[in-house]
Design a protein around this ligand. Structure first.
Ligand SMILES: Cc1ncc(COP(=O)(O)O)c(C=O)c1O
Length: 400
């Protein structure tokens, strides 16, 4: 008999974190490493938000709050949904947790039973399938290759739905591909869901504000109001306001679901940090200049990385609509051998050889369920990105 539970045995440690850790180890050994594996903005949290956190401490807001968010923050979240998404939610339909990650976790744990299925378009954010498995249910991965713009098609969605399907997880713009669904593409999916009334939608909108070239973000409950009473619209302040360490995410949906999620949170973490809640309140209600500034910087970096990678032999890099990732294909390198003598048969071989031979840390595509690709997070300085792309170009040129 093993001491550890069956559910923990079903879960994999995050490959993204493993790659970031390996890069840190090499750095500690004195190697010149550029880490493009972590998914967080490199900017500082805007001043007025940091100040709100400090003020919260000085004002004594250091005690427990309501389990799933203080009323003032829920009211600010409701205003955000109205202002930015045209969605009406009451405070009772809103929940606040320790990052968007806890919102997703609460929703899945509060609804899934063994035998239930969750549709996860691939490439996917690494945590979705493992959270589903932790809840004892089955993730059903649907390949969405570069040819469909890394997007789920209505036909593929229709083909994946079974009587056991409980949720469709939809992440737009998405991690790791940066693909975004415009209104037409989203409507095509919501039309399929209208014919499958037992399927709920988990909309992960965490990259909402990071969209480029005038791309217009949309979310399922807004595109198809008839789905609103079976949709959880999830979002957070991590990526929008460079607040990854503050750990505040939120979701909105039908009251029965929100109450069940709060019940779970009351028996696990209780309320998210009171100080962070005050900072998130300042983020949502305060000046929004940071959003446009960061969007401009990320679009410039995206263009730099996409054009640089497309000049690398064997790499093809599509231009994403949003987020701060690119997901290039390495089909042209498979079967070759690197300068350092590594035979590249998988994208994992590629990522390992790239790190060992050039010091550039990226995450291999198999981790996200679609190969042969790799993910670059371009949330780092233009100088580092230029250097990284030059190293990748030399690496590819050395592959025979
Ligand atoms: C697609 C996606 N969803 C959700 C999250 C969770 O973000 P947080 O828990 O910081 O709000 C992340 C973070 O990397 C993400 O990439």
């Amino acid at each position: 008999m093993t001491f550890l539970s069956d559910s923990i045995a079903r879960v994999q440690p995050s490959p993204t974190i493993a790659m970031t850790q390996r890069a840190s180890e090499l750095k500690a050994e004195g190697r010149d490493i550029i880490s493009l594996s972590a998914g967080e903005p490199d900017f500082d949290t805007p001043d007025h938000i940091r100040q709100a956190g400090k003020d919260a401490i000085d004002a004594g807001h250091t005690r427990y709050t309501a389990v799933d968010g203080m009323p003032a923050l829920k009211a600010a979240v409701a205003r955000k949904f109205k202002r930015e998404n045209g969605l009406d939610y009451t405070p009772a339909q809103i929940t606040v947790g320790t990052g968007g990650k806890q919102i997703l976790y609460n929703a899945l744990m509060a609804t899934l039973n063994p035998g239930d299925e969750v549709i996860v378009p691939a490439p996917y954010w690494v945590s979705y399938p493992d959270m589903v498995r932790l809840a004892g249910a089955t993730p059903v991965m649907v390949p969405c290759p570069a040819e469909t713009g890394f997007k789920l098609t209505p036909e593929a969605l229709k083909g994946a739905i079974t009587p056991r399907t409980k949720w469709l997880i939809l992440n737009s713009p998405g991690n790791p591909s940066g693909a975004g669904y415009d209104r037409t593409a989203m409507k095509a999916l919501t039309d399929v869901l209208l014919d499958a009334p037992h399927v709920w939608v988990l909309a992960d909108d965490i990259y909402e504000h990071l969209v480029f070239d005038g791309f217009e973000f949309c979310t399922p409950a807004q595109v198809e109001p008839r789905l609103k009473d079976r949709t959880l619209t999830m979002n957070g302040v991590s990526k929008a306001y460079a607040m990854t360490g503050w750990r505040i995410g939120y979701g909105a949906g039908p009251e029965t679901l929100i109450r069940a999620m709060a019940k779970l949170q009351s028996q696990s973490t209780s309320n998210p940090s009171s100080i962070s809640q005050h900072a998130a309140l300042a983020a949502l209600d305060g000046p929004q200049d940071y959003i446009a500034e960061s969007r401009t910087a990320f679009q410039r970096r995206r263009d730099l990385v996409v054009s640089g990678l497309n000049q690398c032999e064997g790499i093809t890099c599509p231009t994403p609509q949003g987020a701060f990732y690119v997901y290039p294909s390495i089909t042209g390198l498979i079967g070759r051998t690197s300068d350092g003598g590594t035979q590249i048969t998988t994208d994992e071989d590629f990522a390992n050889a790239l790190l060992e031979e050039t010091g550039v840390a990226v995450v291999f595509g198999a981790a996200f369920g679609l190969s042969p690709h790799f993910r670059i997070s371009y949330a780092t300085s233009d100088e580092e990105l230029t250097d990284a792309v030059a190293r990748i170009r030399r690496f590819c040129a050395g592959c025979r």
